[in-house]
Design a protein around this ligand. Sequence first.
Ligand code: 2HG
Ligand code: ZN
Length: 470
Amino acid sequence: MLAVNGIDAALVRSLTEIVGEPHVFTAPDQRRTYEVDWTGRFVGSTRAVVRPGSLDEVVAVVVLCRSAGIAIVAQGGNTGLVGGGVPLAGELVVSLRRLDRIGPVDAVARQVTAGAGVTVAALQQVAAAAGLRYAIDFGARDSATVGGTIATNAGGVNVLRYGGTREQLLGVEAVLGTGDVVSRLGGLVKDNTGYDLASLLCGSEGTLGLVTAARLRLVTMHEQRLTALIGFSSISDAVDAVGVWRSSLDCLDAAELMLDAGMRLVCAAFGLPPPLQRHWPAYVLIEVAAHDDPTALVTAAVGGVATVREVAVAIDSVRRAQLWRYREEHTLAVGTVGVPHKFDVTVPISELAVFVRDVPGRVARVVPDATTWQFGHVGDGNIHVNVTGTPPWANGRGGYIDDGGLDEQIYRYVSELGGSISAEHGIGTAKAGWLHLNRSAAEIAAMRAVKRALDPDGIMNPNALLPPVT
Ligand code: 2HG
Ligand code: ZN
């Protein structure tokens, strides 16, 4: 791992001149939450965290770091799950959370400009106040930021209807690794004038530059929402049913898979009653959103699938939130068991049920005592495999990086099935060594060339995304 760490007193003084003393953290207790991801799996250290409050300050920080040869890790809400936003090699942490301005909603164009530090929840609230909706949504909405979701091309629960973050992006303002600013916040929907830098920066995980603001698409706010939690006798019945509903329910916003073990864990961890009268091997949570009452449509669609065993339906927001809790609390519930090793993968829908069935056995081959938890966005083929009970192979700094072959076991299997080793969380440092399973040598060479052009001194998140050069 490349370590660039010349953060000394002179650099801290220069950073302080740029952003002001209150916004440079050097004391251990100030730095701590920036040095570790929230699962506790990725633990690094840094001598300083800098919190610029404007585009000019971000430019000055990047220019300073470039001239001093200091590596930068950008951080938003620190909700990332692949070790891409914490200073594992002593990098300077540049927190963009202070860039939290939201511009006026253009209700006619259905767009808004948001700073990188705006949380997804804050953006959703501003959109809702204007009668619109921001389409990206997931459990970490209160902490995750616009900048972080762009850096990782975050997905979430509504991808099957609206696409991921890249599909919401009309333009960005960013500071490249050169210190140059690129800015396209005009919001033109049709704009075929060369390379699409916003798309390129989206999913680049801070390796090319720092996104400081974005022009984002807003979508229709549907007045009528219905959530249903449905029990099935098998994983394949659940997956097949979602395939049917994807065709029969145009208004399908989300289709999430849960399994019996995860459901029991959530109930135990949060003291919740079981959601249905009986426990079932597999559950699907669907949400539909429409202008007209969708109850009749959903009743017909659900009733038309013979393998449905039990259903709970909610229309009012309180009861809908109660049903969603069973899905959204999975991440925290697994965290109560131990530090999880997370795999965020996609496999073709045709392989999904077999994958979910076989993964625990594959895990047991390399870590016999581990427990495997699976849940995810079944509507788009994205499964979250969480493994707990893995021995604590430490990285020497208190984190858990090595895994005794678990990565190899899962990622090779995903790749054999024609899937992706990163569906929506990104590559980070955790998966950089496995990128070749999904990307050809020519593609990786092209990515390296782009990186050299936009970040000539290699200061932008140097250990993330691209495989280490051997
Ligand atoms: C989710 O879908 C998030 O809940 C987190 O992507 C997934 O905890 C995870 O593995
Ligand atoms: Zn997810």
